[in-house]
Design a protein around this ligand. Structure first.
Ligand SMILES: C[S@@+](CC[C@H](N)C(=O)[O-])C[C@H]1O[C@@H](n2cnc3c(N)ncnc32)[C@H](O)[C@@H]1O
Length: 241
């Protein structure tokens, strides 16, 4: 899902004249080769993530012209105005304080630079993630409902407003959708089993975990009967400094 979203970010980033790219919350580094592919041959990428394990995975890839750092999105180890591009694929909705992350993005980006933030899109168009939240709400109920939904930034106008509040200009947005392919019921359920969200729930309660998996299997079976394919949609915010 995130790889296909990276591909959608490329036209909006105008990488052909970029030199210094900041990628935050880079995960395993999936996006770095995609960005490198579109950058001039002397451009460099600074990829960071809060997780040591993720950074170790990026380092294992031995990617050219790529510097890595373990850092939180709201406290980046870079000078002011250092980058001409800033990329945050699927992380703004995860940090405790989205405005603090936006402020830090603004600080490290040079005037004239472009920043891009993608977040989970509309729940009805993101069945791959929406069904998971639905199953959790149904099984765990109140406690899960109290937790902030990862869809909470999917109102593009509100998220653009937050970005302009910290100083960004010229906000634009688009929705980008990707299908997960007709992968069948068991493989669809398997996609959920591999997520850190479900692993976290399993740690807390084996019983809830089993009930959520069962509910997901029912939901996915119903979806398959309707001949639907699991979908993911991101909403992408593009701004300038
Ligand atoms: C959904 S993954 C996205 C990874 C990558 N950008 C992609 O699209 O494949 C979210 C990533 O955000 C990282 N993350 C979560 N909170 C963070 C924070 N406060 N600062 C930096 N990274 C964070 C996680 O470690 C994880 O690698």
């Amino acid at each position: 899902m995130s790889t296909s979203l990276y591909q959608c970010l490329i036209p909006a980033l105008n990488l052909s004249n970029a030199h210094k790219v900041c990628e935050v919350a880079c995960g395993t580094g999936n996006g770095v080769p995609i960005l490198l592919n579109h950058l001039p041959s002397d451009a460099e990428i600074w990829a960071s993530d809060i997780s040591d394990e993720m950074i170790a995975k990026v380092n294992q890839r031995q990617l050219p012209r790529t510097h890595t750092a373990q850092a939180s999105n709201d406290a980046l180890p870079y000078e002011d105005n250092f980058f001409d591009r800033y990329v945050a694929n699927l992380s703004l909705m995860l940090v405790p304080d989205a405005s603090a992350m936006l402020r830090e993005a603004y600080r490290v980006l040079a005037p004239g630079g472009t920043a891009i933030f993608s977040v989970w899109g509309r729940e009805e168009n993101s069945t791959a993630l929406g069904y998971f939240e639905q199953a959790c709400r149904e099984v765990i109920g109140e406690n899960f409902a109290k937790k902030r939904s990862n869809f909470y930034l999917n109102n593009a106008h509100e998220t653009m407003r937050m970005a302009t509040e910290v100083g960004f200009q010229n906000p634009h947005y688009f929705y980008a959708a990707s299908p997960m392919g007709p992968i069948g019921i068991e493989e669809s359920v398997q996609c959920y089993l591999d997520t850190p969200h479900l692993a976290g729930i399993k740690k807390q309660s084996e019983e809830n975990y089993n009930r959520i998996v069962e509910r997901l299997r029912e939901i996915v079976t119903e979806m398959d009967r309707r001949n639907e394919i699991l979908m993911f949609e991101g909403v992408v915010i593009v701004v300038n400094k």
